[in-house]
Structure formats: structure tokens, C-alpha cells
Design a protein around this ligand. Structure first.
Ligand code: 8OZ
Length: 368
């Protein structure tokens, strides 16, 4: 039995770390590639887009590079310069003026990049020199990703420091929290997975060694802004961005168990293959989910009925919706009313102007 009224727990308040949220519907981080490509500075158009979606219990802003080296897609924003902080301040002010709350997703892509996107045309970096079978989105279209350069062990403290400064910058820019992006085959996940990590030093081999970089990043970010302003995103069951793992249970179980010690604001889990079908609530997902004791945000192609059931039945504290938020700025209201959802146009997902970005109408506007 699913509940169909706004009495359902999905529509009820919840506390997440320091934040009090009016409902349990999160806007998932969505790369839209509409910042300035050279400076990585968010714009007034980005502020308008997020402000339209301020009814979300929590907006998790798009993946944002912590350093020039962390960039892997054209037109994505950064959080490492004073101009970027000022640009994000426009966004958080606009969202707060509409009554919303916002976290920023901290991102280093690792090998998922291209020299065209790197400072000085350098090779992208990774735990090991393992070439992904992927293309990068550059200003000149999609290009084959080359074999990355393996990071020297003495470069890692500098990257951890970039995460710490990015967290401090995010708070300075007015964000309520940050989400460490440890999912989808980017740098932290490349360290975790045996398909992308062939290191023989303290950061490779055993599961504990492969998780070392993740926990160093977490220690730095938590030390800087406090655990109650830090969330983390994982995708244990997803081979996203060609990051293979031979034994997800062995790799991720100890990581999730240890996350409990941090008393983070939340764990945000992509359940199954990113953007793929939901895997169902049994098996390894149930096992991994059961290991986590704090606030849990479930994500991946949820429907309204699934979200009501997941929160009502105790599987999740919140559900994050991604693509539905693109075409439905008033998604929370539509879910409350069980109103029809508009379908987004995939041609305008990445890059471009206000079309397919800030021009999706609310239900009231569409039916007026
Ligand atoms: C789609 C396109 C570009 C980036 C992720 C940040 O997969 C992303 C992303 C998704 O986490």
C-alpha cells in the first residue's frame, strides 16, 4: 500500500546534519555545463535555475571542480577561485531568498578528462595509468580520453588540501553543506576500485589502502567545516565511467561501515547502475544500505510511488530526483499533487543557454 496524500513521510520535515528540511525530496546534482568555460564562474542564469527549484528539501548543486586539474567537462563550474565564490554567492543568495537550502558537490574527475580541459594541456591524472574507454566533452566536441598520468605519492597531500580549501570556499559562498563526490568513477572512486587502482604503495592493494585517499579527503573536509555540514555520495554498484571493481561487496562494505564513525550529515547512494534501472531493494544493495546508521539519501530513477514507499517504509530518509528536476522546477508540488511530470529534452542537458534550462514552466504556468 502506498500513501497518496501529502501526509506521506516523503513530504514531512527532517533534520540532516545542521539543516532542517521541510520535506525529504532532494534535487540530485546535475551537470548542466552552463558556467563560463574559462573562469568556471557561475552566472545569474545559474542562480535563476536553482532559485526556481528552491522548494526541494535540499538542493545538491552540480558537481564542481575543486581545482583546475579536477575539471573534466567543458563549461563546468569551479570552487577554487575568489570569482567562483562570488558567482556561487549569487546562486546561494537567490536560493535562500526563495526559502531553500543548498549543498555543493565537490569534484575531482581524475582520469575522466582531456588535455584540452587541463591546465597547460597536461595529461589528466589518476591513481594508475589505466586508460578508460571514454570520450571527454570539450568545447570542440567529444574527444577520446588518453591514458592518464599516475599520481606520485607526494602529490596526494596537495589534492587533499584542494578539497579542504574547496569546502571552506563553499561555506564562504553561502552553501549550507558540501557533498564529497566519491561516486561514478571519478578520482576518489578510481582509488577505491581495483580496476583503476594498480598502485603498490600505501594507496593501493588492500581495500584499506584503496580507501585511504577517500578518508584523507573526508578528514580534511570534516576538519575544516564540521561533519554536520558534510555528506558523501557513493555508487558501489555502478561501473560508471569505466571504473571496474571485481568485488563491490568487499570494496564498499568496510567503507560504509567506517563512514558511520564520522557522523556525517548524510550518505547519498546511487542505487544500481547510474541512470540505469533500479536494481530492486534486496541483495547487495540491502546489505550495503543496512550497514549505514545515519541519514540516507536514496537515488536512481525513483518514481513518486517508489519514493513514498522508500521513505515511508524506512529504506531511505530522503530521495534525490535528478532528471525530473530538469523539466519540473516545481517537482515537489507536482509530487505532492500526484500531477503529471514534464519530460526533459536531452538535447539541452549539457551546455547552451536558457533554453531547456530556466524555461520549463511550473504546473500553474503551464495550465494557466
Ligand atoms: C553526467 C555528465 C557529466 C558529469 C556524474 C558529474 O556522473 C557527473 C556527470 C554526469 O556524477
Amino acid at each position: 500500500m502506498t500513501q497518496s496524500t501529502d501526509a506521506a513521510p516523503l513530504f514531512q520535515p527532517v533534520t540532516v546534519g545542521r539543516m532542517s528540511l521541510p520535506n525529504r525530496i532532494a534535487m540530485a546534482p546535475l551537470t548542466r555545463s552552463r558556467a563560463d568555460n574559462v573562469t568556471g564562474v557561475p552566472t545569474a542564469m545559474n542562480a535563476a535555475y536553482y532559485a526556481q527549484r528552491a522548494d526541494a528539501g535540499l538542493i545538491i548543486a552540480e558537481a564542481t571542480q575543486i581545482s583546475p586539474q579536477g575539471k573534466g567537462y567543458a563549461y563546468t563550474p569551479g570552487i577554487h577561485s575568489a570569482e567562483q565564490v562570488a558567482g556561487w554567492r549569487l546562486v546561494t543568495d537567490a536560493v535562500r531568498a526563495k526559502g531553500g537550502r543548498m549543498a555543493l558537490q565537490l569534484w575531482h574527475v581524475g582520469r575522466v578528462s582531456h588535455p584540452d580541459l587541463q591546465p597547460g594541456g597536461a595529461l589528466p591524472v589518476a591513481p594508475s595509468a589505466v586508460k578508460p574507454t571514454l570520450k571527454a566533452f570539450t568545447t570542440e566536441g567529444f574527444k577520446d580520453i588518453p591514458t592518464p598520468r599516475a599520481l606520485e605519492i607526494d602529490e596526494l597531500p596537495g589534492i587533499v588540501e584542494d578539497y579542504r580549501i574547496a569546502a571552506r570556499n563553499a561555506v564562504a559562498a553561502g552553501f549550507d553543506a558540501v557533498e564529497v563526490h566519491a561516486a561514478n568513477g571519478y578520482l576518489i572512486d578510481q582509488f577505491l576500485r581495483d580496476g583503476t587502482n594498480q598502485r603498490t604503495d600505501a594507496y593501493g592493494g588492500s581495500v584499506a589502502n584503496r580507501a585511504r585517499f577517500l578518508f584523507e579527503v573526508l578528514d580534511a573536509v570534516v576538519g575544516e567545516i564540521g561533519a554536520d555540514r558534510v555528506g558523501i555520495r557513493l555508487s558501489p554498484l555502478s561501473p560508471s565511467n569505466d571504473a571496474q571493481e571485481s568485488d563491490p561487496q568487499a570494496a564498499y562494505s568496510p567503507v560504509i561501515e567506517r563512514l558511520n564513525d564520522y557522523k556525517l550529515a548524510y550518505l547519498h547512494m546511487i542505487e544500481g547502475v547510474t541512470r540505469g534501472p533500479h536494481p530492486g531493494f534486496g541483495g547487495l544493495l540491502a546489505e550495503l544500505r543496512g550497514l549505514y546508521k545515519g541519514r540516507y539519501i536514496a537515488n536512481n530513477v525513483y518514481t513518486r510511488a517508489m519514493a513514498i514507499e522508500a521513505v515511508g517504509g524506512g529504506h531511505a530518509d530522503l530521495v534525490a530526483f535528478g532528471r525530473p528536476f530538469i523539466a519540473n522546477p516545481d517537482l515537489v508540488e507536482r509530487l505532492r499533487l500526484d500531477a503529471p511530470l514534464a519530460e526533459p529534452d536531452s538535447k539541452t542537458f549539457y551546455g547552451g543557454d536558457a533554453r531547456g534550462y530556466t524555461d520549463y514552466p511550473t504546473l500553474g504556468a503551464a495550465t494557466a
